[in-house]
Design a protein around this ligand. Structure first.
Ligand code: IPM
Ligand code: MN
Length: 366
């Protein structure tokens, strides 16, 4: 049976980077004998332009009927003047809600070949490899009431969390930690916010079922500082929706570019995979975008939605190898580096993938 993958390339650089992720998935299909079927659908600004709504019914239906959804990016500055509910981003939030995935996994890794691209001293960042587990369906993003008062001079949002919402994401964080270095840092602002006090209490309770996992509670402001001074001290960072949004962009500095960060959203009806970077309209259509975030998201798709751990790990290695051999898109290039196009970077990773497989075969042959 083939794995049904719904592609939602979206806006800006979304289509270009999604194409490279599909290239790698097709290569995996060819070599593994697993069949993937792809269907592509509009979302975000592209859908508002073509169909008058950011999340057309047909797109939503295709996503709900798929085995996994791979999304590019949404957003365009031409919608900046609109209310939040009428912007392309609203379509992404509605999609997340409909698919139901509440745990957004955002790994951030230090890649030695990119050391010069990070703002860090090498000795501070060496070995940094962390996973942000971001609560994705609650908190300030969705809390009601929200809006503007009639005067237009006052606006409000609601930060609200229930025990259930915290419990389920805390469990994902502890489960992931078990597969890693067995440490969870739960991020909150419990010195000021009631929701954070509840968050802290519930996470502490939940973690009791994981005596092998070491739990610490860290204020979000302290966490931001520690991400900048000692990122390798983190393993899993458990965050609410807004803190996770902010800290995951900050964590990108560990890799040197937001362009390399992937994400997976799990726990709902259909899991959703998307690079963390946005639509970057300023470079869209120019072949300048970095496809690594999308390709690494495809690797996460194989890991979580296709049970293909080996193939996922091979893609991750191929990305590292391509970087080690000097492949650079514009965001990663230093002075004097040759700059690859989006497509050439996809190709470089595909070639590296062949090498990774060949090497494995020869190990096994000995
Ligand atoms: C992200 C993005 C989205 C978010 C936007 C586009 C709605 O910034 O995935 O991090 O805030 O969740
Ligand atoms: Mn974000």
């Amino acid at each position: 049976m083939s794995l049904k993958i719904a592609l939602l390339p979206g806006d800006g650089i979304g289509p270009e980077v999604t194409e490279e992720a599909v290239r790698i998935l097709k290569n995996v299909a060819e070599h593994s004998g697993r069949a993937f079927s792809f269907s592509s659908h509009v979302i975000g600004g592209a859908a508002i332009d073509g169909e008058g709504t950011g999340l057309p019914e047909r797109t939503l239906e295709a996503a709900l009927n798929a085995d996994a959804v791979l999304l590019g990016a949404v957003g365009h500055p031409k919608f900046d003047g609109r209310l939040p509910s009428e912007r392309p981003e609203a379509a992404l939030l509605a999609l997340r809600q409909a698919l139901g995935g509440f745990a957004n996994l955002r790994p951030a890794i230090y890649y030695a070949p990119l050391a010069k691209r990070t703002p860090f001293q090498p000795e501070r960042v060496r070995g940094a490899n962390l996973l942000i587990v971001r609560e994705l369906l609650g908190g300030l993003y969705f809390g009601e009431p929200r809006g503007f008062e009639a005067s237009g001079n006052t606006a409000f949002n609601t930060l609200i969390y229930s025990r259930h919402e915290i419990e389920r994401v805390a469990k994902v964080a502890c489960d992931r930690a078990r597969e890693r270095r067995k440490k969870v840092a739960s991020i909150d602002k419990a010195n000021v916010l009631e929701t954070s006090r509840l968050w802290r209490a519930v996470v502490s309770d939940d973690a009791k079922a994981y005596p092998d996992v070491e739990l610490e509670h860290v204020y979000v402001d302290t966490a931001a500082m520690r991400l900048a001074t000692a990122p390798a001290s983190f393993d899993v960072m458990l965050c609410d929706n807004l803190f996770g949004d902010i800290l995951s962009d900050q964590a990108a500095s560990i890799s040197g570019s937001l362009g390399v960060l992937p994400s997976a959203t799990i726990g709902g009806k259909v899991d959703l995979y998307e690079p963390v970077h946005g639509s970057a309209p300023d470079i869209a259509g120019k072949g300048l975008a970095n496809p690594i975030g999308a390709i690494a998201s495809a690797a996460m798709l194989l890991r979580f939605s296709a049970n293909m751990d080996k193939e996922a790990a091979e893609i991750d290695h191929a990305i590292e190898e391509a970087l080690a051999s000097g492949a650079r898109t514009k965001d990663l290039a230093g002075p004097g580096d040759r700059v690859l196009s989006t497509r050439d970077m996809g190709q470089a990773i595909e070639e590296a993938l062949h090498e990774v497989r060949d090497r494995k075969h020869s190990y096994h042959g000995v």
